[in-house]
Design a protein around this ligand. Sequence first.
Ligand SMILES: *[C@@H]1O[C@H](CO)[C@@H](O)[C@H](O)[C@H]1NC(C)=O
Ligand SMILES: *[C@@H]1O[C@H](CO)[C@@H](O)[C@H](O)[C@H]1NC(C)=O
Ligand SMILES: *[C@@H]1O[C@H](CO)[C@@H](O)[C@H](O)[C@H]1NC(C)=O
Length: 481
Amino acid sequence: MAWGACTLLLLLLLVVLGAGGGGGGGVHCLEVTRSRRALQRRHHLRSRAESGATILELRHHGGGGGGLGKSGERSREEELGGLFSSDAARVSSLQRRAGGGGGSWAEDEAAAAAATGRVPVTSGARLRTLNYVATVGLGGGEATVIVDTASELTWVQCAPCASCHDQQGPLFDPASSPSYAVLPCNSSSCDALQVATGSAAGACGGGEQPSCSYTLSYRDGSYSQGVLAHDKLSLAGEVIDGFVFGCGTSNQGPFGGTSGLMGLGRSQLSLISQTMDQFGGVFSYCLPPKESESSGSLVLGGDTSVYRNSTPIVYTTMVSDPVQGPFYFVNLTGITIGGQEVESSGFSAGKVIVDSGTIITSLVPSVYNAVKAEFLSQFAEYPQAPGFSILDTCFNLTGFREVQIPSLKFVFEGNVEVEVDSSGALYFVSSDSSQVCLALASLKSEYETSIIGNYQQKNLRVIFDTLGSQIGFAQETCDYI
Ligand SMILES: *[C@@H]1O[C@H](CO)[C@@H](O)[C@H](O)[C@H]1NC(C)=O
Ligand SMILES: *[C@@H]1O[C@H](CO)[C@@H](O)[C@H](O)[C@H]1NC(C)=O
Ligand SMILES: *[C@@H]1O[C@H](CO)[C@@H](O)[C@H](O)[C@H]1NC(C)=O
């Protein structure tokens, strides 16, 4: 019933976006889709679970649908390689903030300054994304943005653009929005931005009443620069006046064809903090397993009746941290593979980041190696294949009609068990199944912070309750469309 209302809102969002009007019920659902269609060609898999194992049916991707030729296959792998190296760069960028190294962020900024006006390395793969996007109303128009729980500031590309990444659809044009205004240097939001980005330098432009400029940068050379501004934000009919965001006039990075990022992090400038009155600091998402022809949802507000979860919601407490940043930390106390508990001293590190913007879950080496060893022992009957990019545990599954994939379960503090969807255990690098990899990666050092990525959050309702300081999980089938 309640979901019906939600779906309706979703349709409204698509059709009359930005028109405003009452959202009703305090629940607002946004469509969340893969921005990159059909990158990973899907096998038609019929799955079932059987005592600690999920059984996937594998079929040859034969005739119908026009297979990629040899060169097509190669460029697809190049593209995947590019995405995974971007992912690795993001992971190391997050480390530098999570680790709290004071100088690291400034170093990132220096790198960004050097990168200004320069097209970053490698191929077009960097302009693609495996992330999740949602469409919102901003000013009088709309913007499709990557949903990012590890960012504090929402930003979009703004006209006139000195340098913009390739965006589908028109740029946000401040001149055409009467409710738009830049924020002055002496505003509290500008102070918050300086705290958020750890930089005081260069935040203020010149002039009588200098505007507040921002620089967000990532280790792979991607960045967004512009001014802090505010305008009307519209989320499925709920209008937030004076929403603070970055109006980016110099942007470069692996942002797909999107307008920019939606910052859902745990800090003052994030969308969640700015909409505290409307949504009570609670949001949740359900990420669809398929890269096309299905949608998940981002739900703002804490009404659980709109979820379509098939198991009860289990909550684990958020772990607070001196260098909080925008991150959602939880305490990962264990992992099971095929029902078998993995032993590792590395779990004592406790805090891991739950992130919607990282693709592949990265674990500290001791935990990763223990997980890998257990997986290999349970998967021993399948021939191994060479590693691919950050994925080092791969198999050649060509010729197998059925493959038993051990279930993967995360255990969080409070004995909260979260089973990863069967689509989140393996990554099909090649469409003929000759290179299928365990979809987990190792961090470089024990001192880094493990990150639960979006590939392992598919078909789950993940609830971020910032006031209650807890994160909830429940099984849910997320392909609504
Ligand atoms: C910011 O500076 C302007 C111009 O100097 C001044 O009019 C305004 O009151 C200041 N605002 C705050 C919040 O200090
Ligand atoms: C994580 O949970 C374990 C087990 O409950 C506890 O001993 C440890 O102190 C927790 N770590 C953190 C960082 O909260
Ligand atoms: C994968 O296994 C199949 C069947 O055993 C074999 O014919 C093929 O050469 C292997 N492919 C690779 C890339 O190793």
